[in-house]
Design a protein around this ligand. Structure first.
Ligand SMILES: Cc1ncc(COP(=O)(O)O)c(C=O)c1O
Length: 374
C-alpha cells in the first residue's frame, strides 16, 4: 500500500507557481490570472451589511442563498437567453469548485475528459483527481478549439468535453458557429459539455456565445463566477448550472466538501450581479486598450501573436530561451507548456497590469527578443 493516493500523486503544484517563485520580489508580474481592479464598492458593502446584520454567520442552504441564485438565473435569462430555475444553480467556492463538482459528478475511473491544449491547468489536474484520463486536444493555429477535433476525439469512454471561451491561456474566443457545433456534439453524443465561461464579459471582437443557448438543457454544465467578471478572485464565489438531475449529483459532492459557499461572499456576489455593470464595461475597455498596445508592440518586434479576442491574456510565439531571459531581467511570463504540450513555443502574458508597467515589461521583452536573435 502506498502512503498517498495514486490520484494525488499523479498531479503536482502548477508550473505557474514555480515561475513566480523563480522571480525576485521586484519583478513585474505578467503571470497573474486576476484583474488588477478593486471589487465593486456595492459588492463589498453588501457583504459588510450582511455581516453586521448577523445574516452571514450561519450555513446557508447547500445551493446558496435564494436571492443570489435568482440573480444568477436572471443573468442567464438576460445574457444567454435561457430560462434557468434558481434551484438548478449551486453557488460554489469559485469557478474552481464548480469545475471540480462537474468532473467528480460525471467522470468514472478510466473515463476520458477532452479539453483544450494549451488549456487552463485545472482541467488536466481535476480530471486526474476524479480518476479520469485526460485527453488534451491541440488547438487550431488561431488558438481556438476545433469542434471537429473534439468530435473526432470522442470515444465510448469519453465522459466530458470542456469548452473555455474566452480562453485561458489563449485569450481566444470561439465564434458562434463553433459554439453551436459544441452544442450539437453534446446533444448527439453521450457526453457532457462543461462550458467554462469565467471570462465571459471580456470579449473585444464579436460576442460571447454559450453552448447552453443552443443545446438541450441536459447536455451542458455551465461554470461561471465573480472572480474575473467583478475582479473578486479573493471572495471565492462561482457557480455551476445544469439540468436538475445533474445539479442534484453535483450537490451531493458540494454538500460534503463545502457545505455552502462563504455566506458573506454570496451577499457580495448578489450585489455584484444585480448592481450597476459599468465597472465591468470599464474593465473590458481597459483590457482592450492594453491588448491593442501589446499587439502593436509585438508587431514592431516581429513576434507573431494570434490575436486574442477576449480575456486578458496573449500567447505570442516566442524564441527558445525567451521566458527564462524575461525572468532573469525581472519580467515574469509563463511558459506556454505549463498549459499543455502544445503550448510549447509560446509564452502566456497576462495584461492585467497597469499600462505604464506593461510598457516597461514590453521594453524588456523587446530587448530579450533582440538579444536572442543575435
Ligand atoms: C479558465 C478558468 N476557469 C476557471 C478559473 C477558476 O477561477 P476561480 O476559482 O477563481 O473562480 C480560472 C482561474 O484562473 C480560469 O482561468
Amino acid at each position: 500500500m502506498s502512503e498517498f493516493s495514486a490520484r494525488v500523486e499523479s498531479i503536482s503544484i502548477s508550473g505557474i507557481r514555480e515561475v513566480f517563485e523563480a522571480a525576485g520580489e521586484d519583478a513585474i508580474n505578467l503571470g497573474l490570472g486576476q484583474p488588477d481592479f478593486p471589487a465593486p464598492d456595492h459588492a463589498r458593502q453588501a457583504a459588510v451589511d450582511a455581516i453586521q446584520a448577523g445574516e452571514a454567520d450561519a450555513y446557508t442552504s447547500n445551493r446558496g442563498i435564494q436571492p443570489l441564485r435568482e440573480a444568477i438565473a436572471d443573468k442567464h435569462a438576460r445574457d444567454q437567453n435561457v430560462a434557468v430555475d434558481p434551484d438548478d444553480v449551486i453557488a460554489t467556492a469559485g469557478g474552481s469548485e464548480a469545475l471540480h463538482l462537474a468532473l467528480e459528478a460525471h467522470v468514472d475511473a478510466g473515463e476520458e475528459v477532452i479539453f483544450p491544449d494549451p488549456g487552463f491547468v485545472s482541467y488536466d489536474a481535476l480530471t486526474k483527481v476524479a480518476g479520469g484520463t485526460p485527453k488534451p486536444v491541440p488547438l487550431r493555429d488561431d488558438l481556438t478549439l476545433d469542434p471537429a477535433a473534439v468530435e473526432e476525439a470522442i470515444t465510448d469512454d469519453t465522459a466530458v468535453f470542456v469548452v473555455n471561451s474566452p480562453g485561458n491561456p489563449t485569450g481566444a474566443v470561439s465564434p458562434e458557429e463553433d459554439i453551436r457545433e459544441f452544442a450539437r456534439i453534446a446533444d448527439e453524443h453521450d457526453v457532457v459539455c462543461v462550458s467554462d465561461e469565467v471570462y465571459e464579459p471580456f470579449v473585444f471582437e464579436g460576442e460571447h456565445h454559450s453552448p447552453m443557448t443552443y443545446a438541450d438543457t441536459d447536455s451542458v454544465v455551465t461554470v461561471n463566477g465573480c472572480s474575473k467578471t467583478y475582479s473578486m478572485t479573493g471572495w471565492r464565489l462561482g457557480w455551476v448550472t445544469a439540468s436538475s438531475r445533474r445539479v442534484e449529483r453535483m450537490l451531493r459532492v458540494h454538500q460534503y466538501v463545502q457545505a455552502c459557499a462563504s455566506a458573506p461572499a454570496q451577499y457580495a456576489a448578489e450585489a455584484a450581479l444585480t448592481g450597476p455593470q459599468d465597472v465591468v464595461d470599464e474593465m473590458r475597455a481597459t483590457f482592450e486598450e492594453r491588448r491593442n498596445l501589446l499587439l502593436d508592440r509585438f508587431e514592431e518586434m516581429g513576434v507573431e501573436v494570434p490575436t486574442p479576442k477576449g480575456a486578458f491574456y496573449a500567447m505570442p510565439k516566442v524564441p527558445d530561451g525567451f521566458v527564462d531571459a524575461c525572468i532573469d531581467r525581472g519580467v515574469v511570463v509563463v511558459p506556454g507548456d505549463a498549459f499543455g504540450d502544445h503550448g510549447a513555443g509560446h509564452a502566456r502574458i497576462s495584461y492585467a497590469n497597469d499600462t505604464e508597467t506593461l510598457r516597461e515589461a514590453l521594453d524588456v521583452m523587446e530587448s530579450v527578443v533582440t538579444d536572442l536573435r543575435e
